[in-house]
Ligand binder design. Structure first.
Ligand code: HEC
Ligand code: HEC
Ligand code: HEC
Length: 213
């Protein structure tokens, strides 16, 4: 009995504190993700190109991307002559073909970060970058609401790959020059630069279970 009163007393004392003295976790306003989470409407934000990802290029994700052997970073090299103007090829060997791009470019060369991570116009802004230092979860949620896709977290990762890869030799939408079939586990290992953290774990939308089976 006495113990219960002591607890209530403690609670009352805590509530009486001015809000500025509350523990950080209690005082931070949380924005929850709408579920099912639709990350963005493809036409809503503009793509900005790899220069917008400069800070990341020096980190693991940038280094890994540039080291990919049959790389996304050089996918345009597969196209020769007129193929470099062929919408059919550019749809998969380039980024954002047919979507709004800053400076009205028709497409961005190769399979860049934004091909998988969504148009960067809004989420790469400095204001959000500063918020990342103070409240990473809030910053991540706001970024996602402004176009950021973290495949495997707010969009099914395999669905992202299957925009350009195919799982059967008779797939209607496949590369006319390649018969290689996409093997998710094998391919994912070759490009992974995931940097799983507690924020990802909380925000992950469990569409198809674990990221890699
Ligand atoms: C649906 C998406 C898609 C389209 C459309 C597409 N490609 Fe590809 N292409 C790919 C992917 C993905 C690969 C790599 C496949 C792999 O290694 O599993 C590839 C591979 C290639 C290769 C290398 C083949 C090899 O095995 O060495 C060439 C060359 C190529 N594409 C040319 C083209 C040309 C030319 C066009 C337009 C006529 C085109 N692609 C259209 C997605 C596409
Ligand atoms: C082929 C698709 C693809 C491309 C291209 C790509 N990424 Fe990723 N990226 C992923 C996937 C898949 C993940 C794993 C998500 C996770 O952590 O669960 C990821 C994770 C990340 C993460 C960690 C995010 C987190 O919350 O854990 C960062 C940062 C990142 N990518 C940056 C980049 C940058 C910068 C580039 C360009 C240099 C790039 N990515 C190109 C697919 C891609
Ligand atoms: C915008 C289109 C696009 C998306 C989205 C995409 N890829 Fe690719 N991917 C390509 C193209 C084009 C190539 C061929 C590059 C080349 O041959 O230089 C390729 C090649 C690859 C290769 C090398 C294959 C080989 O034969 O060695 C791997 C691995 C790969 N992709 C994994 C993935 C994974 C995993 C995802 C999803 C997280 C993904 N890709 C999403 C277009 C894409």
């Amino acid at each position: 009995m006495a113990k219960r009163w002591r607890c209530l007393g403690l609670l009352a004392a805590l509530l009486a504190l001015p809000a500025s003295l509350w523990p950080q976790a209690l005082a931070t306003r949380r924005t929850s993700l709408p579920y099912p989470f639709v990350p963005y409407d493809a036409g809503k934000f503009r793509y900005v190109g790899i220069e917008g990802c400069n800070c990341h290029l020096l980190e693991l994700e940038g280094r890994k991307w540039k080291e990919e052997e049959r790389g996304h970073h050089k996918a345009m090299q597969r196209l020769k002559g007129a193929e470099r103007q062929n919408p059919k090829c550019l749809q998969c060997h380039a980024t954002a073909y047919g979507l709004p791009i800053k400076d009205d470019k028709p497409y961005l060369e190769n399979v860049q970060c934004e091909a998988c991570h969504g148009p960067g116009e809004r989420y790469r802004r400095r204001r959000l970058k500063n918020l990342y230092n103070r409240d990473p979860e809030q910053a991540r949620v706001l970024s996602m609401q402004q176009g950021l896709v973290v495949p495997g977290v707010n969009l099914d990762v395999k669905d992202v790959c299957l925009r350009c890869h195919w799982e059967s030799r008779t797939a209607p939408k496949k590369c006319p020059r390649s018969d290689k079939v996409f093997d998710f586990v094998k391919y994912y290992k070759l490009i992974t630069h995931a940097d799983d953290d507690a924020v990802d774990a909380r925000l992950r939308v469990p569409i198809r279970g674990p990221l890699v089976p």
